[in-house]
Design a protein around this ligand. Sequence first.
Ligand SMILES: Nc1ncnc2c1ncn2[C@@H]1O[C@H](COP(=O)(O)OP(=O)(O)O)[C@@H](O)[C@H]1O
Ligand SMILES: [Mg+2]
Length: 402
Amino acid sequence: MSTVLTIGADGDLAQRFAEVSGGHAVALGVDALADGGLLGHLVMPDAPHLLVLGPEVDLDEAFAIAGQVEVVAPSTSVVVVAFADPDLWMEAMRAGVRDVLSPHATEADVAAVLERATALAQARRAAMAPVSPASVQASAPAPAPVRRVVVVASPKGGVGKTTVATNLAVGLATAEPGSTVIVDLDVQFGDVASALALVPQHTLPDTVHGAASNDPLVLKTFLTPHPTGLHVLAGSDSPAAGDAVTAADVAQLLDTLSREFRYVVVDTAPGLSDLTLTALERATDLVLMGSMDVPGVRGLRKELDVLTELELVPGGRHLVLNFAGSSGGLAMADIEETVGAPLDLVLPRHDAALVATNTGVPLLQKGGKDPVTRGLQSLVERLAPRPATGRGRLPRRRVGAR
Ligand SMILES: Nc1ncnc2c1ncn2[C@@H]1O[C@H](COP(=O)(O)OP(=O)(O)O)[C@@H](O)[C@H]1O
Ligand SMILES: [Mg+2]
């Protein structure tokens, strides 16, 4: 079975896909689009995970194809090859394109695109598979679990990153025991441990500099257990110790953790530090947060533009606006226009969130009925869709208060 189908990609790019897919790539010329044979390749039960529409395919045609593929082969991700600017990126996403790959993509870029497509294909196939006793007894091996590295970031502090990251992690760990680790990458002022009422014995700097750095078994003993089954790697207890953590340390740490855990949730410091960018290089999902005020909304747009420019927006992108309430004159339509994309989740300002931080009991651990808890639960479901519902669509924006 071919995992990758490239159409109209030049020899170098097609070659790179052949290499990263271990030879499971088929390269066709643009004439494959002329005779309507393309859809035939895609509706087969083993449709490719990834359809790459190379520079020789006209962009409008590529976008139209992406729309068709979404319908006939939802487990196939479409990638177009083009120099992306924010407008093109937006148009591509709206058309159903999963990634825009630069014509100068390196082998690492190509591998990352394929990895995301494979993860998505597996998730979609699992979600669409009928659950029946026969399928449980089937002798075919179960597909490898989908691994996700979820980075929670924002341009500014105090917008709710730690609140969202800790709740997301607790929600995922509760849904699937033993599946989730949270890493506090706010190495200088991280407060994940405090938000979870934990007193960790080990912190991030001990982990990346000692025996745990290259031994997954030792690494696991450095994690702090939370009563919900979540594993926690706390930030440093002193800014100086935090300074000694390098991007290379973080890269190695996240690579190891993502082999050991199905979900790695990463809380970050405000802005785009080296450590955050390193985490984003490994992310399958970005939860990008802003607050509901003019600087907050503009900051969100700027950060999204910069990350798009750097090609560091992973396939799973979740835009979250926090502290919605009396709008202070900001209309949701204006906010979305400024951000340049629809918001995926709007969380209202609510005292329950503050109480949760102060008592160290996350909202999803407590399970209240307030709108912030409900919004956070919907975010968990975006990342870990329940297969039984089988509708194959991520929940649209969940609005707590408007
Ligand atoms: N929706 C909300 N309503 C009320 N308070 C909130 C909300 N979200 C977060 N907070 C509070 O705002 C403060 C900052 O949140 P935090 O998650 O630490 O932000 P960050 O990690 O981005 O600095 C915390 O005291 C938290 O309880
Ligand atoms: Mg924080």
